[in-house]
Design a protein around this ligand. Structure first.
Ligand code: FE2
Ligand code: FE2
Length: 292
């Protein structure tokens, strides 16, 4: 096994990261569009694709394709002053864009092609534009801004890759499983980059204190404010509300709790408790207001 293949194998498993640092040079050298060679697109309609799977994939496809809008916000922050973070972000946006295209291809093969968005990406809701503006301001005023950015990224990549793994199990579709396996390999690399960066930057107690405060106060699952709230609560209920899903959500929080200053944080589980009832409940409906 080559060193880069060994690194990729190690990086594929979520949970506590290995003791060594992130293999940054290997990551840059390997960055590319998700490999779709051999994906049996023609077999997609030969297996049942449930309405729940389609709805979940539509959400995920939209969020993957929305990454370029997050990048627009990040370019106004200190993130691009760090050469390593800037190089990572260039690869990251490239890989995420191809995730969106790959999921769109699956949906099309399943007979449910992605249509036009109700709201063009360039005209975000006012709340999101204000959020981007506030982020840029915080970044300028706070030298340790990257600590919260990297922590945020680690949480979001981990919830995304955990979500894809749950979807793979719930959908039970062999072609989708193969596709998601390839996508989650990228997501796990993204996760480890962010996590290693966060770990290092949060070693400063002052940075950790403010980062924890901001994450506890403002974090919500990926896609909040971009997709309607009822879509998010549906997806969360579908992927995380049964016994295995709750275990997966707890594992996400357990991993984030290993970051300096985050030992008592509750994120995905707390969000689930607040907005999503176990199967058969009605909490998601009760909180089902639209964010935009
Ligand atoms: Fe992705
Ligand atoms: Fe990612």
């Amino acid at each position: 096994m080559t060193p880069s293949a060994a690194a990729a194998t190690t990086l594929a498993e979520p949970g506590p990261p290995p003791a060594r640092g992130f293999p940054f040079e290997a990551y840059l050298a390997r960055s590319r569009a998700v490999d779709l060679t051999g994906i049996a697109w023609d077999d997609v309609p030969h297996h049942r694709v449930t309405p729940e799977t389609v709805r979940t994939l539509q959400y995920m496809q939209d969020i993957e394709s929305h990454t370029i809008v997050y990048l627009r916000s990040l370019l106004a922050t200190r993130a691009i002053d760090d050469p390593e973070v800037a190089a990572f972000l260039a690869c990251w946006i490239y890989e995420e864009t191809f995730h969106g295209l790959a999921l769109a291809r699956f949906l099309e093969a399943a007979g449910t092609p992605v249509g036009a968005r109700p709201r063009p990406r360039g005209s975000e809701p006012l709340a999101k534009r204000l959020e981007a503006w506030a982020t840029a301001l915080v970044s300028r005023a706070w030298p340790d801004f990257c600590a919260v950015h990297m922590t945020w990224g680690a949480i979001n990549e981990l919830t995304t890759l955990t979500g894809y793994r749950r979807l793979s199990v719930r959908a039970g579709h062999p072609v989708l499983t193969e596709l998601l396996d390839r996508i989650t390999l990228d997501e796990s690399r993204h996760f480890y980059f962010y996590y290693r960066q966060a770990e290092r930057r949060l070693a400063r107690p002052g940075a950790a204190r403010i980062a924890r405060l901001l994450v506890d106060r403002f974090w919500a699952p990926v896609g909040s404010g971009v997709q309607p709230r009822e879509e998010l609560t549906f997806l969360a209920g579908y992927l995380f509300s049964d016994a295995d899903g709750r275990v997966a959500a707890r594992k996400v929080d357990d991993t984030i709790r290993r970051l300096p200053g985050f030992s008592k944080t509750r994120l995905l589980e707390a969000w689930m408790d607040r907005f999503v009832e176990p199967p058969g409940g009605a909490k998601g409906k009760r909180h089902g207001n639209r964010d935009h």
